[in-house]
Design a protein around this ligand. Structure first.
Ligand SMILES: C[S@@+](CC[C@H](N)C(=O)[O-])C[C@H]1O[C@@H](n2cnc3c(N)ncnc32)[C@H](O)[C@@H]1O
Length: 227
């Protein structure tokens, strides 16, 4: 995809609005999510990288913030101005309770293209941990390009995904069904570079969730810079 295709996100409206069941699943899961995924060492060290790249007081967007733990909390503790968004009402409520010093909105990531939280260049940093995997695969490059444009030049983003060659694939998840997408790591690198990012670093972890309802997974963390 070429770098100028961001303005074609509108062409994906049909997909962007097809969120059936996704918010409902996370509404029902609530803070059971944190019980099922303890010991987020990879995520904590990734957010520490991002927090350390930015001067205190930087404006940082946490996309799909979930309960706000650990990431929004960690970024706020590091002195940043955190803005979290999530599709799920329950998650936004939990995040507000868990991180009173941050600002949270119930928003679909696709709605950010309307400038709801600011225009191009309005964030110094962005985290998106295990959120873009909930989009159809065709939408992920558009979402990445939009997030790239929301960063100021030189701004940084931390992205995590589960390594998997799947597209909008329904899986059981903590007593609910969700649809997930993924890439093999070489393809993911290509997708982020095509969206305009430089890859500053990368980590991968074999992760076994605490719940038997979620299979073991390979988690990929990419540290990105707006080129
Ligand atoms: C797997 S959880 C990860 C939560 C958190 N980032 C973490 O790592 O602990 C994914 C989160 O993304 C949210 N989400 C799913 N689709 C979304 C969308 N289209 N826009 C914004 N948030 C979304 C879900 O409600 C859920 O809270």
């Amino acid at each position: 995809m070429s770098a100028d295709s961001y303005d074609k996100y509108e062409g994906l409206n049909r997909l962007a609005l097809d969120r059936a069941g996704q918010a409902e699943a996370f509404d029902a899961i609530g803070d059971r999510y944190d019980e099922a995924f303890p010991h987020k060492d990879g995520q904590v060290s990734s957010a520490a990288w991002l927090a350390g790249e930015l001067p205190p007081g930087s404006r940082v967007l946490d996309v799909g913030c979930g309960t706000g733990l650990p990431t929004s909390h960690q970024l706020a503790e590091a002195g940043h101005r955190v803005v979290g968004i999530d599709l799920s009402h329950s998650m936004v409520k939990l995040a507000g309770d868990n991180v009173p010093g941050a600002e949270f909105h119930r928003l679909d990531v696709a709605e950010l293209r309307n400038g709801s939280l600011g225009g191009p260049g309005s964030f110094d940093g962005i985290t998106a941990y295990f959120t873009l995997l909930l989009l159809p695969r065709a939408e992920i490059p558009y979402a990445l390009r939009m997030l790239h444009d929301l960063l100021r030049p030189g701004g940084v983003m931390a992205l995590s995904m589960v390594e998997a060659d799947v597209d909008d694939f329904t899986i059981p998840f903590l007593g609910n069904s969700i649809r997930v997408s993924g890439f093999l790591r070489e393809d993911l690198r290509r997708v982020v570079r095509d969206a305009g990012f430089d890859i500053a670093g990368e980590d991968s972890y074999a992760y076994a969730p605490a719940s038997t309802d979620v299979p073991p997974e390979i988690q990929l963390f990419l540290h990105l810079r707006r080129a």
